[in-house]
Design a protein around this ligand. Structure first.
Ligand code: ADP
Ligand code: GLC
Length: 486
């Protein structure tokens, strides 16, 4: 019997099991899309305490998978679930993963993140070592999985089991590198030769993402523009030198949008559905959203703006905060959903109290509300300082909510900016409050005074197609270019 070569994905989050951001959405969709295209895929991810597994037939495979990290007697539990026909494996060890949050609390990162995620990497490899056939490709994502390409780089010199396994590392956000004290390198089990400035060492610290970039067979990031940007000091977060050296194996593959989850034609979270060509239902969604947010009905015939995202510098939430007083002088509504830095949460709540009849701020995380805001608002705000890809603007396009966004990274690759004849949204070059404000004014003016033009833009936005199949085909090409017969 011939076994199809396996592509094994490793990720610290996967929708619907765990999520803090777009990484989860990508891992909830890309492996499954490949699976449906005939590639043998599986995903490995940590077994967090708080967890949605119902309906996925979760079962324990082994209680004591040896790991050998951080010391020999420590073992991992391995569970398996069926995700629409594709296996998902969970690496469990309560003391590491059964926590309230995935990586950090408001007080900061968990102190043992290096140990937790190195444990995850080592457990995955030890478990994969016991399979009948080694995976053809291990596709690791972000710093939490980035040590795997490095282990395999060294292990395949001496262990023939790994000799044909290729490694791919995808960078979803270069700003998060997993940087730790050097002594953790010497505990990790990587050979001393990896401790150099072209390897694991970064200004005297152990840098997990850097280690992965140095030793992976291929490195990808999640949009073509970001793949260029990270070669510069402005966006390279100190790794631009290494990335330039590895340019030959680096490429940008644009993320897709999972339209089985994010599409107003069939969205379980919306009060009513709608489609391009007959977007009337969008107005009903707007009415319902205003009611849900306790905003006055009178906003129905005014443009309602929205922002959904982490309250962090990356997302430019401070730019939004700084222009809210001016926005409130216009005849508009504004809905903000997110959480993050306490200073932004507090300031936004203060502004919402002051402008309660036009501004609604929801501090927190709500998957279903995110869908209803995408559907019920008219203009989506995304003033990111940098954006590796960005999924929320792709969702906004599909929901007929033209974005106003900075022209960076994946935002440039997905939005056709006004006044282009095929415009689907608005972009501005520099992430400064004035440019952001002026661009919002332009969008609001069009919404109010050029109704027919606006309808055309909404139509174009809704018919953009960022289906995962196109991106998945690029990953297949990549795996094959490494020699994997997937
Ligand atoms: P990033 O991963 O940088 O946060 P993306 O645009 O790629 O940005 O993905 C963000 C994902 O997280 C989207 O699915 C978005 O709807 C979701 N999201 C972000 N903040 C919230 C929130 N407060 N409540 C619900 N969903 C959120
Ligand atoms: C990161 C990036 C975001 C990207 C997401 C999924 O969180 O910040 O731009 O869309 O990963 O790749």
């Amino acid at each position: 019997m011939s076994i199809k070569p396996l592509v094994l994905f490793m990720t610290s989050e996967m929708y619907p099991f765990s999520k803090t951001g777009g990484l989860a959405d990508v891992l909830g969709a890309l492996p499954l899309t490949l699976h449906r295209m005939g590639v043998n895929t599986a995903v490995v991810t940590p077994m967090y305490g708080r967890f949605a597994t119902s309906g996925f037939n979760l079962r324990l495979l082994t209680e004591r998978c040896p790991v050998g990290y951080p010391w020999a007697p420590i073992t991992a539990e391995i569970y398996q679930a069926d995700y629409y026909g594709m296996p998902v494996y969970f690496v469990g060890r309560g003391e590491y993963f059964d926590r309230r949050f995935l990586y950090n609390t408001h007080a900061g990162d968990y102190f043992d993140n290096c140990e937790r995620f190195n444990f995850f990497c080592r457990a995955t490899l030890e478990w994969a070592r016991r399979l009948d056939w080694a995976p053809a490709v291990i596709h690791a994502h972000d710093w939490q999985s980035a040590l795997v390409p490095a282990y395999l780089h060294f292990w395949r010199r001496t262990d023939p089991y790994w000799k044909d396994t290729k490694t791919v590392l995808t960078i979803h956000n270069l700003a998060f590198q997993g940087r730790f004290a050097s002594r953790l390198f010497f505990d990790s089990g990587l050979p001393a030769e990896a401790w150099n400035m072209n390897g694991a060492e970064f200004f005297g610290d152990f840098n997990l993402l850097k280690t992965g970039i140095a030793y992976a067979d291929a490195v990808t990031t999640v949009s073509p523009t970001y793949a260029e940007e990270i070669l510069t000091p402005e966006f390279g977060c100190g790794l631009e030198g290494l990335l330039r050296r590895r340019r030959g194996v680096l490429r940008g593959i644009l993320n897709g949008a999972d339209y089985s989850v994010w599409d107003p034609r069939d969205d379980k979270f919306l009060p009513c559905i709608y489609r391009s060509g007959s977007p009337e239902g969008k107005l009903d969604c707007k009415r319902a959203l205003l009611k849900e947010m306790c905003l006055p009905d009178q906003l129905e015939d005014k443009p309602v703006l929205s922002f959904i995202g982490r309250f962090r510098g990356q997302k430019g939430v401070d730019l939004l905060v700084s222009i809210i007083p001016r926005l409130m002088e216009m005849e508009i509504g504004l809905i903000v959903l997110g959480e993050g830095k306490l200073e932004h949460e507090a300031k936004l709540q203060e502004l919402a109290e002051e402008h309660h009849d036009r501004l609604c701020v929801i501090v927190g995380y709500s998957e279903d509300l995110a869908h209803r805001i995408q559907a019920g608002s008219d203009i989506f705000l995304m003033p990111s300082r940098y954006e590796p890809c960005g999924l929320t603007q792709m969702y906004a396009l599909r929901f007929g909510t033209p974005p106003v966004a900075t022209a960076v990274g994946g935002l440039r690759d997905t939005i056709v900016p006004y006044p282009h004849p095929q415009a689907t949204g608005f972009t501005f070059a520099e992430p400064d409050p004035e440019s952001f404000y002026q661009t919002i004014c332009e969008a609001v003016d069009l919404w109010k005074n050029k109704k027919a033009y606006w309808r055309g833009m909404v139509e174009r936005a809704m018919s953009q197609d960022f289906s995962w199949e196109k991106s998945a085909a690029r990953y297949i090409e990549l795996y094959q270019s490494l020699g994997a017969r997937v």
